[in-house]
Design a protein around this ligand. Sequence first.
Ligand code: ADP
Ligand code: MG
Length: 713
Amino acid sequence: MDYLSQNIMYIGGVGTKRAALLESELKIRTVEDLLCHFPYKYIDRSRFYFLNEIADVNTFYQIKGKILRFEKKGEGNKSRLTAIFTDGQQTVELVWFKGAKYVIDKIKTNTEYVLFGQATTFNGKYSFAHPELELPTALPPAEQLGLQPYYNTSEKMKTNFLNSKALQKIIFSIIQDLPHTTISETLSDALLEKYRLLGRKDALINIHFPINEQLKHQALRRFKFEELFYMQLLIGTFVGWRNNHINSFRFNPQKNFYTNKFFKQYLPFTLTNEQLKVLKEIKNDLIFGESLENNSTQMAQMNRLLQGDVGSGKTIVALIIMLLAVDNGFQAALMAPTEILAIQHFNSITALLGDLGVKAALLTGSTKTKERAVIHSGLMDGEINILIGTHALIEDTVKFKNAGMIIIDEQHRFGVQQRAQLWKKNEFAAPHVLVMTATPIPRTLAMTVYGDLKVSSIRELPAGRIPIITQHCFESKRPQVNQLIYNEILKGRQAYIVYPLIEESEKVDWKALQVGYEYICKTFTQFKISMVHGKMKPAEKEEQMQKFAAGETQIMVATTVIEVGVNVPNASVMIIEDADRFGLSQLHQLRGRVGRGSEQSYCILMTKYELAKTTRERMATMVRTNDGFEIAEADMRLRGPGDIEGTQQSGLPFALQLTSLNDANDQRILDEANKVVKEILQGDPTLSNVENQVFKNNLKKYKNDDIDWGKIS
Ligand code: ADP
Ligand code: MG
């Protein structure tokens, strides 16, 4: 058996107990698994500093010197051990809050040590708390120490003394053996050469113990390339396979009874050219898709992404596509991310359909058992043509007579495998799939989550829309802001006032919402006020939304539950309280709730006076532009690498260990990986050629990971 696939248990310093911990906590079983547990940061130990060079707290320094004397200070639980340490020129205080006996026993005065630790300040002077002290002879020469790796561990590992340092020691001993070990390459020589990537062995050594920054970067780049390459390859081979194996239904352009009638008699406005363009692209997929196995009624499944900024009119496109399905004898489903949005879609779609004769039903998490049974049977016998709902509609218990089209609205992380689940909705052939989303989605995310989709974009808003005026205001402008709300409502318009409620559990936020609501009620006694937030019962939320939509209330006080998709065209004012606490894309989504009619609309960003620089830039971006694409770019830039939302990874075929989808440099690596994967698959779609065997073999590893690709492909 080769070294890398050996059980970690047999490595010196591990043993059964630690091996069990590594497996249960980090899923690490083999030497290779451990080597692929990459450091999350590095600290430079390649040089020694002098005390007069200390310039930053929370920075690590490595200093050669001696302890002059120890001293015990304080009483009781304030007691601590201190020491005066000198580099021969200056002195600094060291402090230990526990373990004093151990330190005094082990560390000698007037003996040269290498101190390593994080500088802090105490009484206006630098000091070091709990520094590491090692005899110079116990350490390799500084220039060989290089960058010191730090590893993620769990609480349980730490309490069992398997901390970052312990992992570092184990990995170091494995790395010592690597030069004499054969390690199979996961990328081809051609790729390594073309993209000037480190070989796998060198990269493994240097990702753990780089002796300088440059090698660290080279190692990181290689492994980022590797994970992105395999991600794109997985998506690419999957698409190739899907196009050849997944049958769907061919639509007949002659079958257009409802669609035609809808266009002629029910459509309340003229479609924009862009709406017509995307409709044509989608229809093309449905009518002219490639045949499989010479079967004229079945063909390749449509998998398309419909992109369009907030307010660009995606819903009507979705409805027309669903009518096409109905005309062809199929049922269609529209899935929304929230209950409010599902209800709104249901209401506006039933209103648009009028007496056309197409039956729509609504299914959400709070649909009552009895009603649910009626819907289930209506779907089974084909009485229901269009099903609108939340995630509830993709549950296995929901069965259709003949589902032919599934549309997914505003689900930013609905990746390849989630979509593949939908195919089961029809036992004869897979339904077509259309995913709709408003920009901004960063391009990286689009490539990794939606990489398998063809893209249609709506690039203009319906005519007559006046750009929303956005202003950034401080509390001192409150009277003017209230005046604006007042004036607009007198003109017959309506206003939203949104409060941040990022965490449901944040008591302060609930308080702010409550206080805000009371203030609004007191300030606008002559108007009626609605409120919605996440803790309300769905029925209560719906009632409040309904009242606002019907114009019975003039002001809607809300949390971000109204963020996506809500459509009340008469609303012309959006006040966002504590706007600094929202991200750019969220602000843009919120602003998109107004400016939906033909009136001038306003968006006011209220913040405190003192703001961080990037926050001020966020506000300035909102004031400057209404363009979703521009905002998406600014968002990427201002967020910077590493700042990822908790759910960033969902929707990806597998978790990325190193790559940050927000990072511009990583984006470049993704572009390279994407390009080369396209080239490879163009020449060899099933990876059957000898030179591509290495990719095919390694791809299996990723396939086995989290998803049951076996079932899908
Ligand atoms: P989004 O793309 O954000 O989902 P919606 O589908 O909710 O946008 O549409 C926004 C508003 O624009 C709705 O009130 C809708 O009725 C209206 N709308 C859509 N298309 C047109 C059009 N071609 N002309 C005029 N209004 C339109
Ligand atoms: Mg929408």
